[in-house]
Design a protein around this ligand. Structure first.
Ligand code: ATP
Length: 248
């Protein structure tokens, strides 16, 4: 039986005066490839911050790998790629391999020595995302989509069990979105990485994804991608207003 890696139990959260999340219950099982879909301001980033332990719920509880988020210590089991990571300007003085290697400090700590096999791990992580041939390139000279792959390699180098991606397809042109999802599906299927991505764009909820959760302050739907496909536009409009449209 697959293990529950993330378990949000009746979680609510508000910033000073704004209630953002209400009674969120969401389970993520090992091997899931989950898209959390919600329009701007629906609480996606806040939900991720709660998962990462950067915010504490007002009520309810977040459990990671069966432990309370407050006492959970194995942070390297969770790899995170933020929304703005693929926005390097072309003059940024770091090579692709330097960027990926910096992901090892999560395990070693900033001042500790790199492991002997660090260079091997860099190439291994870059190979997983199809970017090994760019290892000596300056990060700022890559396209948005290529930079995104490098940041995923940076997260992968500490061998996380869960990979969390915030709006990963922003900055990737339409023709390359499919191959980007193929790469993620390979990580999911061949390396058994559990993947959670958040997106505001229903059009990027690819068929490679196994599960979808619809968020707008609360979880309106959580189920298989196939079930999500049967949800009508009228129903989505009720949850989201008109800001999320299905493209056929
Ligand atoms: N630090 C903060 N203080 C007060 N209100 C905040 C703060 N951060 C976010 N909010 C508010 O909380 C709500 C949800 O924001 P959040 O960033 O979680 O949504 P989101 O779905 O990630 O949006 P987007 O797709 O635009 O990034 C918004 O109304 C936002 O204005």
């Amino acid at each position: 039986m697959s293990q529950t890696l993330i378990d949000m139990k009746n979680v609510s959260f508000q910033y000073e005066y704004t209630q953002v999340l209400k009674n969120i219950s969401l389970k993520v099982e090992e091997g899931d490839f989950l898209a959390i879909l919600g329009p701007n301001g629906s609480g996606k980033s806040t939900l991720l911050k709660l998962l990462l332990g950067l915010l504490k719920p007002m009520t309810g509880e977040v459990q990671l790998f069966g432990q309370s988020n407050e006492t959970f210590r194995n942070r390297e089991w969770i790899g995170y790629v933020s929304q703005k990571s693929n926005a390097f300007n072309s003059g940024f003085p770091a090579t692709v391999e330097e960027v990926v290697k910096s992901g090892l400090t999560k395990k070693t700590g900033l001042l500790k020595k790199m492991p002997k096999d660090a260079n091997f791990k860099v190439i291994e992580a870059l190979t997983s995302v199809g970017m090994e041939q760019y290892h000596t390139r300056n990060i700022g000279q890559l396209s948005g989509g290529q930079q995104q792959r490098v940041f995923i390699a940076r997260a992968l180098i500490s061998d996380p069990k869960v990979l969390i991606l915030d709006e990963p397809t922003v900055g990737i042109d339409h023709e390359n979105v499919q191959s980007f999802y193929d790469m993620l599906a390979k990580l999911n299927e061949e390396q058994n990485k559990t993947i959670i991505l958040v997106t505001h764009d229903v059009d990027t909820v690819s068929n490679r994804i196994s599960h979808v959760a619809c968020l707008n302050q609360t979880i309106h739907f959580h189920g298989f991608k196939k079930e999500f496909d049967t949800i009508s536009q009228t129903q989505l409009d009720n949850w989201y207003g008109h800001s999320v449209r299905k493209i056929h």
